[in-house]
Design a protein around this ligand. Structure first.
Ligand SMILES: [Mg+2]
Length: 425
């Protein structure tokens, strides 16, 4: 086996804000500082605690508790109604601070980000020092009440794991020398990405602890996981390189199709093809848990000409029918203004839709576009059902087409999506 050892330098930082929503509230309201507070979706008796402050956690208040239960445990608890716009503003300010250290910053959720210093090693000799500066810059430039835990490791997975170890205001580094000591104290389900089902599968095969997982041979892990996922676990825990930070791979996603003569014949088929390209992108975005902010539509024709249109979206989108209608509206307007023949016509050689400038879904739901959240949850649930029961068990009306073009396109990118599903973040 090839020796793994080239990826042992701790250059990845995982920054996790502590009790983020509650700390934002305590940041802007002095009275709330040093007190047990609970951020709730609404503050009636049945309200649900979505973010207890550090002080409230220490008194036993947990995420998901009902407010009346919580007050029984901690009568001095102060309920505060959630304010998503405020959290988003703090998020943006924090990401801007991180970007002053390197452009390679990847927000993972509203309160987490990966800072990749791999390409700045000459600039920063001491990553521990960088982490301390990040902590102090967040306090001085964003808010003095905002603390974070930072994990440092040679890959994003171990950095996230390290950030979980010490809270609040933690700083932990995982290196080849310290990893065994860290893993000894953990259960399998403490590893991000290992749920109860995966833990059971590993345990059934005699892999009972994170240390067992680290020292199992890659061949055995591959057999146990029945896929390349086993190999990924081997790489994560043995410093075999990065498997969780495919930032460049997701700077844009494209769905493209070259058309045969028969496929070009009817306007209806061309229209269906456009819908299915949008649907392919929707599926990939749902799996990646991202929304796009730019969409591009390209048609190439047999006479060598092409039509290309890029749209910056006023709000992030994921829904295929919304993308489809937008693209259609744009080219119909183009046809009207230029009095030209239809964009979707018989001389089309290929058609492609691409999306980019992604935003994590979690940020979108905390942004200003809240009336979309129900629809977004529904879309996610739909794909979860598909994953469990197979693609054909649940379809929307747009997908119910007895059409082979459509089915072809759905198969696109399936290998990539397979890996994406196992991303532990
Ligand atoms: Mg956090």
């Amino acid at each position: 086996m090839k020796r793994l050892g080239e990826f042992t330098k701790p250059t990845i930082l995982f920054v996790d804000m502590n009790s983020f929503f509650a700390s934002c509230e305590q940041q802007v309201n002095f009275y709330l500082r040093d007190r047990p507070i609970a951020v709730c979706v609404y503050t009636g008796k049945q309200g649900c605690v979505i973010a207890p402050s550090i002080e409230a956690k220490q008194l036993g208040i947990k995420l998901g508790m009902r407010l009346d239960e919580a007050v029984k445990i901690c009568p001095e608890l102060i309920p505060v109604e959630t304010n998503s716009r405020r959290y988003r503003e703090f998020h943006v300010a924090i990401i801007n601070v991180l970007r002053q250290f390197t452009p390679d910053v990847l927000p993972k959720s509203i309160d987490e980000a990966v800072v990749d210093l791999t390409h700045c090693q000459l600039m920063y000799q001491d990553v521990w020092e960088v982490a301390l500066r990040i902590k102090s810059d967040i306090r001085t430039k964003v808010g003095d009440y905002l603390n974070c835990s930072i994990g440092i490791a040679p890959n994003a997975f171990l950095a996230k794991l390290a950030s979980d170890i010490q809270k609040p205001d933690g700083l932990v580094m995982i290196t080849p020398e310290t990893i065994d000591d860290v893993l000894t104290n953990l259960k399998l389900t403490d590893l991000p990405g290992i749920g109860d089902r995966m833990a059971k599968r590993l345990e059934d095969q005699g892999i009972l602890t994170p240390l067992n997982l680290r020292y199992a041979s890659p061949e055995r892990l591959r057999a146990v996981c029945k896929s390349i996922i086993g190999w990924h676990w081997h790489l994560r825990l043995n410093f075999g390189g990065e498997v969780d930070l495919e930032t460049s791979a997701y700077k844009s996603m494209q769905a493209m199709r070259t058309l045969s003569k028969s496929q070009r014949q009817s306007a209806e088929q061309l229209d269906e093809l456009l819908q299915s390209l949008c649907l392919t992108l929707e599926r990939r975005m749902v799996r990646q848990d991202v929304f796009c902010q730019v969409v591009t539509f390209d048609c190439r024709y047999h006479n060598g000409r092409n039509y290309s249109d890029e749209v910056k979206l006023p709000e992030p989108k994921q829904d295929s029918m919304e993308l489809y209608h937008l693209i259609r509206q744009r080219f119909e307007r183009f046809q009207e203004i230029n009095r030209c023949e239809p964009i979707l016509n018989q001389s089309i050689r290929s058609m492609s839709v691409s999306v980019n400038r992604f935003m994590p879904a979690q940020l979108v739901s905390f942004s200003l576009f809240e009336d979309n959240t129900r629809k977004n949850r529904l879309r996610k649930a739909l794909y979860e059902v598909k994953d469990r029961f197979g693609n054909d068990k649940l379809m929307r009306a747009t997908e119910l087409r007895d059409n082979s073009i459509y089915r072809d396109v759905i198969g696109f990118g399936s290998i990539k999506d397979l890996h994406d599903d196992q991303n532990p973040f």
